[in-house]
Design a protein around this ligand. Sequence first.
Ligand SMILES: Nc1ncnc2c1ncn2[C@@H]1O[C@H](COP(=O)(O)OP(=O)(O)OP(=O)(O)O)[C@@H](O)[C@H]1O
Length: 370
Amino acid sequence: MNVSLEEAVRASLSRVIDPELRRPVTELDMIPAVRVVEGDAGTTRAEIDLQLTIVGCPAADRIERDVREAAARVDGIDEVAVDVGVMDRQTRDALIARLRGGKARMPFTPDSTTRVIAVTSGKGGVGKSTITANLAVALAAHGLRVGLIDADVFGFSIPGLLGIEGAKPTRVGEAIMPPRAHDVAVISIGMFVDPGAAVSWRGPMLHRTVEQFLTDVYFGDLDVLVIDMPPGTGDVAISVGQLLPHAEVIVVTTPQKAAADVAERSAIVARQTGQTVIGVVENMAGLTQPDGSVLELFGSGGGDDTAARLDVPLLARVPLSVGLREGGDQGIPIVTNEGDAAGAAIRELAAAVARRGRGLAGRPLGVTPR
Ligand SMILES: Nc1ncnc2c1ncn2[C@@H]1O[C@H](COP(=O)(O)OP(=O)(O)OP(=O)(O)O)[C@@H](O)[C@H]1O
């Protein structure tokens, strides 16, 4: 037994990160034992016990490979043997409880450090989900830890927009591990229902689903949680309002006057629940043609009009863009493409949102009563 080499192997393993839990495997009770022994022909062999959180862990191969490589990098280690097993239930439950800080309750409370940004619209088809998916990816590109909840239960489209259609969350005990795409942890009702199935739930079921997404999904520590709201002012909007009264709301509208009218209503519902409307995004704004003229397919003025009526800033004007639409169809967010004007507008939106920081809305002020 070589104690200092064992310590060196452990130190190297502490840099192996579980891709789902986003923590070092050594902090996750996944490495119960490291032994350094003399191998055949006088070599020095590291023997590592690796305990995965669940049977059939989708990241198993990657974790095992990373563990093997990390141990092999240690000076003085000639061979590595990894014995892969699975945690017993007690260890797993204790781990999940520890990760959640002992909290079985919703972590996104007003006093948490995670900003919640709900993206809403008055009516469907204005590009709310496309803007939300791109905004989340652009915020992650700023180095923020970002989660995304697709609360558009009846019209979920986020998995497709991010190129993870068919991805399933992993269950670790009671906790649900969200799939990741473009550095964003994503959960959607689309991951739980059969492909092509229509969701036709009533209010209490919708409320429970939103609650479960907020409570049972393990997002880890997030800087920002972005929520793709269903269009309009229905049950989900009210549930999110009750569960997340401190959320900041972005209203998406088109330049059309009729869209601006209904957009205002969704903002009013948000305000009634105590949420703060931080601004408006005008989507499908004028498209610059090759000859330099601007095609205003949906008219103009809807964004400014909505912002003025709500007394909030117009945060971005996102032009009509073939690239944005194609990117959505292909699951490649346009913000990853430097050349597109719509992508640039959403990146600027993300920069403005990131700059804004978290306001005091719904937050305990920490004033000591006298
Ligand atoms: N700026 C844009 N330029 C071109 N096409 C766009 C733009 N924004 C969105 N689209 C397209 O418009 C359609 C509707 O977009 P999206 O699904 O994001 O709308 P939505 O408001 O979320 O709708 P719903 O709430 O009904 O799900 C999609 O096909 C999308 O690719």
